[in-house]
Every structure is written in C-alpha cells, then in structure tokens.
Design a protein around this ligand. Structure first.
Ligand SMILES: CC(=O)N[C@H]1[C@@H](OP(=O)(O)OP(=O)(O)OC[C@H]2O[C@@H](n3ccc(=O)[nH]c3=O)[C@H](O)[C@@H]2O)O[C@H](CO)[C@@H](O)[C@@H]1O
Ligand SMILES: C=C(OP(=O)(O)O)C(=O)O
Length: 438
C-alpha cells in the first residue's frame, strides 16, 4: 500500500493538461477486439486500470506496439481464446470494472465471451444485468457459475439484431451491447441507451471501422450489423472527470490554474455545475481559466431562494464521478448545499474523513449529505486517511492540499487507477506532495 504525504495550505499556480479519459479508453481498448485489422489509438492515459486492460488484451493474443507516449497500435488477428478459460484470466479479469467490455466484441465476432465478476470501485452494488439481458436479447445463451462468480455468453450461430429497451442507461452495458450488435445480423435498436461522450466516441470509432450506427449522442441508437469491421485511427478525449477534479482543486486551494485543451463541447453541464458553487471559470479558446478565489466562493440558491441540491443523473445530467469532488469543494464555500448521490449507495461514506478534518457535513443517509461551508474562516486540519475509492481518493487529496499541516493518504493505488502521474503533475504547479512506495 503506497502513501502520499501532503503539506497543505499552499497556493498553486500554472497550467495543467488533462490526461486522456479513463472511461473512454477502457471502451476503445475493448473495441480493438472487433477487427483483425490494425487499430491505432492515441492519448491513452498511463494509469493502472488502463494498463491492466492492455495486459489482458496482450494475454488474449492481441499484438500491441507502443509508438510513443499514449499511442499504441493493436492487431487482434490471432487471438488465444483459451486464455478466457484460464485461472490467469479469472485473476486478471476481476481486477477492474472495464474488463467487462471485452465480452461484447468477443461475442459479436467469435460467438462467445466470458468474464469473471469484474472489480472496480466498491461504491455500492454494481450489477451486470443490463449487459447480459442485452446479449440474451441478441440471441446469446447465458450461464453463470455462482461459486466461481464467472459469467459466460455463447451464440455459436451468431447474433441477430432486435429492439431492446434497457432497464437502465448503463454506461459499460450500452458499450458492450453496441459492440456485440455492430457484428450481429440485421438491425438492433437500443432505447434508454447511455450517451456519455465515452459512448459517442465508441460509436464514432465503430463507424470509422465500417460500422453503421445512427443516433450517436442520443438515448436511441440504431445499429445495422455488418459482416466485419476494419482498422481505424482514434484519439481519446481529455478526461472530463480529471478536468472537474482540477476545477475543484483550484477553488479549494485559492489557486490560479489554467486547464488546457479541455474539449469544451464535451463537458456538458460540468462547468455550470461548478459555477453553481460560486466558482468562476472562464472559457479561453479550448482552455478553462480559473482565477485565484482569494475572496472564496458563494453557493447559489435556486430562483425561489430555496436550498441548492447537486445530484447525479445519466448523461447529459451531472456525472456521479464528480459528486465527491463537489462535496469536498463545498466544505470551504460560503453557504450550504445538499449532495445527492442517486446512483451509488456507498460512495458518500468517505465524508467521515472530512468530518475528522473539521468539515461541517451531515450525512443524512447513504445517498445524501448536507454541507455547510466554512468560507475559509476555519481551515481543514491535516490528518491520516485511507483512500477508499478513486474519486473519494482524489477528493481527500484536494482536502489535504487545502488543509493546514501535513496529511498522509494511504492506499493511493486507488488514485493511481485513474489519475496519471498525479503527484508529478501537481508538484509542477507548486503542490508539496511526496510519494512513499511500499
Ligand atoms: C469503467 C466505467 O466506465 N465506469 C463508469 C460507469 O460504470 P458502470 O458502467 O459500471 O455504471 P452503470 O452506468 O452501469 O451504473 C452505475 C450505477 O448507476 C445506477 N444507474 C445507472 C443508470 C441509470 O439510469 N440509473 C441508475 O440508477 C446503476 O444501478 C449503478 O448502480 O458508469 C458509471 C456511471 O456514470 C461511472 O460511475 C463509472 O465511472
Ligand atoms: C467508479 C469509477 O470507476 P470504475 O467504474 O472503473 O470503478 C470512476 O471512474 O469513478
């Protein structure tokens, strides 16, 4: 378990460039399995989850070449499908959430796909029903080995397109079904599809491989199956969750920061949600400029004067992955806000660490927390904490950077799952942070 030691209370200053998006990269990497031809992907973030998935692809027989930082070619022309039934795969496949998305392309192309119960954040129930109901709708046989927690789908005669209404707009579920349907016979219509930029990027990639997907960006996708898909080049978008994290960091440490090349048109309601907390952020070309908030920031109320709530919702609503950051930023705002995490039931429990640091938070129930901001009249106190999940981890890091004294965060592997070289990049803008590997 590695550790960060953080000396807080220093203003930061400078420019930071977001990494490629973790959750898009995980989808795009799985899509290389759709074709025997070469696929070139750039802006792949160098983070634990992505590197684990690349390792799984390599063990599956994908020929992988690194061309430079974040740029790789993949060729899935001679796959070793026996790996899918090995003990090694049972270990490796369960190491992250994103591995679930190898099932769709394998099922579409080879008529079978297997996966151990995938890992990822322990932030509440993370069911896979939407994925497997989708595959069953396309004609696959489903089996589940309860003891080994091992899932399998098979369709030796191939898949057949159909209409389906998803029970929920699952992000990885939609990606999985889209990839399977891209190689099914006939037309598939997916209603209540998730439509995050991650999915829009996946659909654009499949179309550039010769796929026929319409409705990209909406919750109604139509996929005309094709016999085979070809190679392509794809660039991963900047990580919108990292961008939101740096907005929160800038406000909370009263720092003047420019976030470079953010792809504004793909940020949805994220900038305005931070503005509701009173944070000033300006669009300068494709950058976000955040001035130093020397006089703090005032949470808005609704037009009728009622109390602000920030809640998650499927895209184009506010992403649940940024609510932990909103919550920590609110601890130093002027005013009160309720954070309502509707999707995950265990993602707010990390607030006890913030309460230990002196934050005024009432955890109303597992989904809702009310935060009464300090308006910097009282700084958070440094402490020792353990990072429970990726977004709580970065939120605790932001809290530590704003706190008085030296904090310690253990289990920073959780942060490394999704943030590339986070300590180096934050040191470059003035953060006092030391990594202690163990
Ligand atoms: C690898 C990856 O891409 N992970 C992301 C993906 O996870 P993942 O694809 O696993 O998440 P899902 O979209 O399937 O579901 C997330 C949670 O929200 C609930 N739910 C979902 C849709 C809905 O309409 N109503 C609803 O309540 C689900 O029951 C579940 O508890 O999407 C999540 C939701 O944006 C993000 O937090 C994760 O970072
Ligand atoms: C919950 C997240 O990741 P995963 O789905 O990989 O656990 C996240 O990125 O915030």
């Amino acid at each position: 378990m590695s550790t960060f030691q953080i000396e807080g209370g220093h203003q930061l200053k400078g420019e930071i460039t977001p990494q490629g998006a973790k959750n898009e990269a995980l989808q795009i990497l799985c899509a290389v399995l759709l074709t025997p031809e070469k696929v070139t992907i750039s802006n792949i973030p160098d983070i634990r989850d992505v590197n684990k998935l690349i390792e799984i692809l390599r063990n599956l027989g994908v020929k992988i070449q690194k061309l430079g930082k974040g740029k790789y070619t993949f060729k899935s022309d001679e796959l070793n499908l026996e790996y899918l039934e090995s003990e090694q795969f049972k270990q490796e496949g369960s190491g992250l959430r994103g591995s679930i998305m190898i099932v769709g392309p394998l099922l579409g192309r080879f008529g079978k796909g297997y996966i151990p119960r995938p890992g990822g954040d322990k932030i509440g129930r993370r069911r896979l029903d939407t994925h497997f109901e989708g595959f069953i709708n396309l004609g696959a046989e489903f089996r589940y080995n309860k003891e080994e927690r091992f899932y399998g789908v098979e369709a030796p005669e191939g898949l057949t397109g159909t209409y389906m209404l998803l029970d929920e707009a699952s992000v990885t579920g939609t990606a999985n079904i889209v990839m399977a349907a891209a190689l099914a016979k006939g037309k598939t219509t997916i209603y209540n599809a998730a439509c995050e930029p991650y999915l829009q990027q996946l659909c654009k990639m499949i179309n550039s491989m010769g796929g026929k997907i319409e409705g990209v960006g909406s919750n109604l996708l139509t996929i005309e199956g094709v016999d085979s898909l070809g190679g392509c080049e794809h660039r991963v978008l900047p990580d919108m969750i990292e961008i939101g994290s740096w907005i929160g960091l800038a406000a909370m440490t009263k720092s003047e920061i420019t976030i470079k090349n953010v792809s504004w048109e793909n940020l949805g309601v994220i900038p305005n949600t931070f503005r509701k907390l009173g944070i000033t952020l300006e669009r300068v070309g494709d950058d976000i400029y955040i001035p130093a908030h020397v006089d703090g920031y005032q949470i808005e109320s609704y037009i009728d004067g009622s109390f602000m709530t920030i809640a998650d919702a499927p895209w184009p609503g506010f992403t649940p992955d940024l609510l932990s950051i909103v919550l920590v930023v609110a601890t130093q705002a002027r005013g009160e806000v309720m954070v309502h995490q509707k999707m995950f039931e265990s993602r707010l429990f990390f607030v006890d660490k913030l309460i230990d640091m002196g934050a005024k938070i009432i955890l109303c129930d597992p989904h809702r927390a009310t935060i009464i901001g300090h308006d910097f009249k009282s700084t958070l106190k440094a402490t020792t904490m353990v990072s429970p999940d990726i977004r709580a981890g970065i939120s605790l890091l932001i809290a530590a950077l704003s706190a008085k004294g030296t904090s310690t965060i253990h289990n920073i592997e959780q942060i490394d799952r999704g943030y590339e070289d986070v300590d180096d990049r934050l040191r470059a803008i003035g953060a006092k942070i030391i990594r202690i590997d163990s």
